[in-house]
Design a protein around this ligand. Structure first.
Ligand code: AMP
Length: 401
């Protein structure tokens, strides 16, 4: 996928006056547990500029999204209705809730709608054909509109009927939010300002190996933290006490650290916070990595490591962060993650990108959203991109250029 083919498929480049437009959005918003109250409406808010752009051009706008993981349309708690209500408030305009997402009745209802109107189809995951990329379903979705826009970066790594299959049946374009994600991540991977540092943490090394392998070819330094650090510390020849590590990944991790052909220096913790059990109120102490007590587990990076990581981050022109440095949800084990976050927030002229579910949560909890260049909205999609793999939903749109 080249920049030219991507730009050629940007919706901004095309005349879309008076069209019926189906937008695949990502309204998979968090709900307060057990209720239909929207806990965070930022995804709905982020979609408004694209919708208003189309309304200004006299389009009939039809929105389509998934929400949660329903088993069937009988799971009414996954209905799009609360999102439709919120969208209507944010747009200050009526938004029609259509009771299904395909079929003759839906087609008729859309035909009768005036131009400059907004309507929302029901949860696409009510259709079992969605995740199977069912040909018939993608055809039926395509029949609802003149053109299709994909603006759902969060599901771009999935070849589903509403993300990939549909593009075979209707002129298809890249929406504003998708474009922004691809522009930011594309620049990071192709032409970053240097030095570039990547901070990779999180629960397991195996979840991040693809990203580490790919980033090690591009970035100048990779900082390691989180539960996965145990596998790196062990691979470096130290005991990790009672911490879980991934035995079957030790060789791969050693190779990554020792490989002279990769560009990146891999930096691992020199000290850690260890605890006597996996609990918020566990007893804890600082330990050097060469003397981790036998029956204790690593739950955060230590203060010396935090200082070293802060220095590396402070000297970087580009930073990409995925995964916390420790069990940040528990106060006693949140310092490493907070220190890294503060170092990133303190950078002035650097490009700082935060990607992936739990890291985006950290940034939001620390009120840091305005202090980073970009928070990538896709967990799996961001990781897939950073692994250097193609995103099927994007590829399907740009491939015929
Ligand atoms: P991920 O989704 O892979 O980025 O992992 C995020 C999760 O990793 C968070 O819920 C953290 O609590 C967890 N985590 C971070 N450090 C550790 C650790 N040392 N031990 C166990 N879990 C950890």
């Amino acid at each position: 996928m080249t920049n030219t083919s991507l730009n050629n498929k940007s919706i901004k480049r095309h005349d879309i006056k008076d069209k019926t437009v189906l937008i695949r959005v990502d309204y998979n918003v968090p709900m307060d547990p057990g209720t239909t109250n929207i806990a965070d409406d930022s995804r709905i808010l982020a979609s408004i500029p694209q919708i208003e752009y189309l309304l200004k051009r006299n389009c009939k706008v039809i929105l389509l999204s998934h929400l949660g993981r329903p088993n069937s349309s009988a799971d009414t708690e996954f209905s799009m209705k609360p999102i439709t209500v919120r969208l209507s408030e944010l747009l200050d305009k009526p938004v029609l809730q259509i009771p299904a997402c395909k079929g003759q009745e839906v087609e008729n209802q859309i035909k009768q709608l005036p131009f400059k109107s907004v309507s929302m189809l029901e949860n696409i995951r009510f259709e079992s054909g969605e995740t199977k990329n069912d040909h018939k379903l993608s055809r039926e979705l395509a029949d609802l509109a003149d053109i299709y826009i994909n603006d759902a970066f969060g599901v771009a790594h999935r070849a589903h009927a509403s993300t990939e299959g549909i593009t075979k049946h209707i002129p298809s374009y890249i929406g504003f939010l998708m474009q922004k994600e691809l522009d930011v991540l594309g620049k990071l991977m192709s032409n970053p300002d240097r030095p570039m540092t990547s901070i990779i943490g999180g629960a397991k090394a195996s979840d991040k190996m693809g990203v580490l392998q790919n980033l090690s070819k591009t970035v100048d330094a990779i900082i390691i933290g989180g539960g996965m650090a145990a596998t790196f510390i062990k691979a470096n020849g130290f005991s990790v006490g009672a911490s879980k590590y991934e035995n079957d990944r030790l060789l791969e991790v050693s190779d990554l650290m020792e490989n002279d052909k990769t560009r990146a220096e891999i930096i691992i913790p020199s000290d850690v916070i260890v605890a006597d059990r996996f609990h918020a109120d566990a007893n804890f102490q600082i330990a050097d990595v060469n003397s981790i007590p036998e029956n204790m587990i690593i739950l955060d990076i230590g203060p010396r490591t935090s200082e070293k990581y802060t220095n590396t981050i402070s000297g970087s022109s580009t930073v990409i962060w995925n995964g916390p440095m420790g069990v940040f949800e528990w106060k006693n084990f949140s310092s490493g993650t907070i220190n890294v976050a503060k170092a990133i927030a303190g950078l002035k002229d650097s490009t700082t990108v935060v990607g992936g579910g739990s890291t985006a949560d950290v940034v939001s909890k620390l009120n840091m959203n305005n202090k980073v260049t970009h928070v990538s909205t896709g967990g799996g999609a961001t990781l897939t991109y950073l692994e250097g793999k193609t995103l099927p939903a994007v590829e399907a749109i740009v491939k015929d250029d």
